[in-house]
Design a protein around this ligand. Structure first.
Ligand SMILES: *Cc1c(COP(=O)(O)O)cnc(C)c1O
Length: 453
């Protein structure tokens, strides 16, 4: 029998998260105050996040201890399996060895609970009773609902209107774990009411939903805010993925030449790639780490490196990042995630320093890749995850053309069992190629009046 599945025992769950900042040649630039545009310290984040997470946001300690209680909850679904994709290799007739780390075994069906559980834990430790957040495709909202329920914390989710209408079952999932879900923009906040007054039919955006969730936390004493991507502490928590994968690749007797992950704000990419990037930074290895983004939201491949807000209204600190501008509203094509205007600070700096790479794929290409994968390997990938698969297929095809048997590892960061509407649209020919035009991009970027770096 082939050794398809490389597993670890519960006691092999890593005991520490890896903080790549310690190893970065150029550290990320400081955040700026949204009003004064002066550098701010960690204390500016205190209204939104508990102290322990703020400390993790700014620390340059290389290893951060995972609390026992968090590791214990991780063991509900971790360590997650790493598969050798024999079926996909055969379907592609490639000499490449393809591996994937599968994060869809978590209760919420993606990598997001890795940070949701940690965030809920630290909030509970500091006596917080309510957490607000936004969700796009619904993955983060469900992960946080699951985690808050474990710690008996109230969870309030602002869900981008387009997804709220397209993905009713994600909402019901959140309700099952006890969360309250609002379509965003909503009447529940000042920010939501203002945007609705200007454009009552808006399909919403992550930037708008963030404005709403942040407002709720900033104006209520017992309430904090949680973000499922982008921030340093989120990336830190996700490194559990790559550290397990390093152990599993060692077990398989292989080291990847190429590590690939889909890219929204950068958390699952960071999670898988950073522990491998460590070998490049520490030992001079040259593992290629590639982030895969949608051509309809190409901040890494076609955005600018600039200070920008994390939200639409401009309430968050200004962060130095690759961005399409905080006024970006994704085309209402399908609610597939990965449609956030900016990239996390660490990943942005790494890309600027050419320590990682980025590629973009159009909608049709990624669904083709998703279906190819489902037919070869069985698991139906989340639409977000199909972007990484498209890159893996592209690299595996190059191996065939060049006759070079490279080892490829990608992150299958979630299953698509709640995304059948998107697959149905694809089979019905309703998923069309969509690329942001040069004009649209230059308009967004010219309008962006935030500070340069
Ligand atoms: C949220 C999500 C993403 C995008 O967010 P990242 O922070 O870039 O990982 C990708 N895939 C899945 C399945 C998600 O839930």
């Amino acid at each position: 029998m082939k050794n398809r599945k490389i597993t670890l025992n519960e006691h092999e769950i890593p005991e520490k998260w890896y903080n790549i900042i310690a190893d970065m040649p150029n550290k990320p630039l400081p955040p700026l105050h949204p009003g004064t545009k002066e550098p701010i310290g960690p204390e500016a984040l205190a209204p939104l996040f508990p102290g322990a997470l703020i400390e993790q946001e700014v620390t340059s300690e290389k290893w951060v201890e995972i609390p026992d209680e968090v590791r214990d909850i991780y063991s509900l679904w971790r360590p997650t399996p790493l598969y050798r994709a024999y079926g996909l290799e055969k379907a592609l007739d490639t000499p490449a060895k393809i591996y994937y780390k599968y994060e869809g075994t978590s209760p919420a069906g993606s990598h997001k609970p890795n940070t949701a559980v940690a965030q809920a834990y630290y909030n509970k430790q500091e006596g917080i009773n309510r957490i607000t957040t936004e969700t796009g495709a619904g993955q983060w909202g469900s992960a946080l609902s699951f985690a808050c329920n474990l710690f008996d914390i109230e969870c309030e989710v602002y869900m981008v209107r387009l997804s709220y209408d397209h993905k009713p079952y994600r909402k019901v999932m959140m309700n099952t774990w006890g969360a309250k879900v609002f379509p965003s923009p909503s009447e529940a906040t000042e920010a939501g009411r203002k945007i609705l007054a200007e454009d009552p039919d808006t399909t919403g955006s992550l930037g708008i939903a963030i404005s709403e969730a942040v407002e709720r936390a900033a104006t209520n004493e017992d309430t904090k805010y949680a973000l499922g991507s982008v921030l340093n502490h989120v990336k830190l928590h996700q490194t559990i993925i790559g550290q397990e994968a390093v152990q599993q690749m060692e077990k398989a007797g292989d080291l990847p030449d190429i590590v690939i992950a889909p890219f929204g704000g950068g958390s699952n990419f960071a999670g898988l790639a950073f522990p491998f990037l460590r070998f490049n930074l520490e030992e001079g290895k040259s593992i290629r780490c590639i982030a895969s983004e949608p051509a309809s939201c190409p901040k890494l491949t076609r955005g600018v490196f600039k200070y920008d807000f994390g939200d639409t209204v401009g309430m968050t600190p200004l962060l130095p990042m690759y961005t399409l501008g905080h006024n970006f509203i994704p085309a209402p094509i399908h609610a597939g995630g990965l449609r956030y205007h900016g990239a996390g600070v660490i990943v942005s700096q790494l890309l600027r320093d050419k320590l990682i790479e980025a590629v973009a794929h159009d909608n049709v290409e990624v669904f083709e890749a998703g279906v190819t994968f489902a037919r070869a390997e069985g698991i139906i990938p989340a639409p977000e995850a199909t972007h990484g698969i498209a890159t893996a297929i592209h690299e595996a095809n190059k191996c065939r053309e060049e006759g070079v048997p490279r080892t490829i590892l990608f992150n299958l960061c979630g299953h698509g069992n709640f995304d059948m509407k998107a697959y149905e649209d694809y089979f019905d020919g309703k998923i069309v190629k969509h690329e942001l035009s040069e004009e649209e991009i230059s308009k967004l970027i010219t309008e962006l009046d935030t500070p340069d770096v």
